[in-house]
Structures are given as C-alpha cells and as structure tokens.
Design a protein. Structure first.
Length: 223
C-alpha cells in the first residue's frame, strides 16, 4: 500500500512541477506534503527520492527538499550531449529501422499533430518522449540507448518547455516531420543532421525560458 501511495504522490508532484505550479527553487516540506495527500512521511520520502532521480527535486542534507534549479551552463551542456547522442542514434536508426517501427512512429505522429492542434502541452510531451525513444531503440545500439535515455530521465524537467511555450509544440512537430521524412528515405546523414538541429532548437528555447522567467530564489527557472 505504501508503494502505491508513494507512486501516486510522485506522479502528482511531478505533474505539478512540470506545469510550474511548483516553481523552480520552491521548498518541499515533507510534513506539509504528507498533509496535502493524507499520507504518512514514508511515502512522501520515497516520492521525493523518485523525483530526485528524475532531476526534478534536490534533497539537501539538513535542509530538506526543493524543486531543482538549473543554470544556463547545465542546459547548454545537457543539450550538447543529448544532441550528439541522439544524432548518432537517429542516423543509425535510418539504416536499421523496421517497417513495424516506422508504423509506430507514424501512429505517434498522428497523435502529436492532434496534440498540437489542441495545444495540449502535457500530452505532446508524453508523445514526444515516446517518439524519440522509439527512434533511439531502433538504432540497435544498447549502450547508446542506455546513455541517451539516462540523460533524458535525469533531466526530465526540460519537458516543462512544452507546457510553458505553446509555440514550441508547432516548431517541434515541424522538426519531427523532417526527421520522419529522412527516416523513411533511409537518409542517414540527413536524419542525423536534423536530429542534432532539433535538439539544438529545443535547447535554445529552454535557455530563453530560463532567462525570461523571473525566479524568486535568484537562481533561475528551468524547463
């Protein structure tokens, strides 16, 4: 029962953070959270550990927990690494992707277009994750997959960009369309290049969001 409760609290807090209901730098007081969710302290502690694993929460010894704040340098470094890893993976996928995997991507593209039309950032964010993970898996390199998805998981807070910058949905989907065209054509170089440009484009949007949104802690906002 404790595991179910901790998962429920984790999912709720994660969505609140991604929606910016809990802004960057916000303190997360264990007893307060336990009261909000009618829970004991143990499930809340476990939920906070899971959020720390996602890179959304910092657990500070003797000071408690707070929503993670990211620097522009960290954003730049993260998207540099992600861009090159996913570029390699997408290029490999253009060589190795199966018809079944292409069909899965086509289905996701339909759903993402619908999410863009509805301006549904949370839905688009989830589908975006599935889209890129499908491509990364299709590359056939297990170590590359693990590295790329580990970085994605540890910086999942960047998904806020789809909730806070509506125009990013349209731009991302246009970039996805280009990647899909290259994958269908088995164009390795173009697929790899477009994947790199896509990540750089998202990174630029996240950096702008960091600079544009005031932060009460004086550290900066993440996305």
């Amino acid at each position: 029962m404790s595991d179910l409760k901790s998962q429920s609290i984790y999912r709720s807090l994660r969505e609140r953070i991604l929606r910016n209901d809990l802004p960057s730098g916000a303190r997360l007081v264990l007893r307060d959270i336990a009261g909000q969710y009618d829970s004991s302290d143990i499930p809340v502690r476990e939920a906070l550990r899971m959020l720390e694993r996602d890179g959304l929460v910092e657990l500070i010894p003797y000071r408690g927990a707070r929503v993670t704040t990211l620097t522009e340098k960290e954003i730049e470094e993260t998207y540099f690494i992600r861009g090159h890893l996913e570029s390699i993976a997408t290029g490999l996928a253009a060589e190795r992707i199966t018809e079944e995997e292409l069909a899965t991507l086509d289905e996701l593209m339909v759903l993402m277009r619908e999410a863009v039309e509805m301006q549904d950032g949370p839905r688009f964010s989830d589908l975006n994750h599935q889209f890129h993970e499908t491509i990364i898996v299709a590359c056939g390199n297990e170590m590359l997959r693990e590295l790329a998805m580990d970085i994605w998981q540890r910086h999942s807070g960047f998904q806020r960009v789809f909730r806070m910058v509506p125009d990013r949905l349209v731009a991302s989907q246009e970039e996805h369309e280009g990647i899909m065209t290259a994958l269908r054509a088995r164009d390795v170089r173009r697929a790899a290049t477009l994947a790199l440009w896509h990540k750089r484009s998202v990174g630029d949007t996240v950096s702008k969001l960091l600079n544009d949104i005031p932060d009460e802690s004086g550290v900066g906002e993440t996305a």
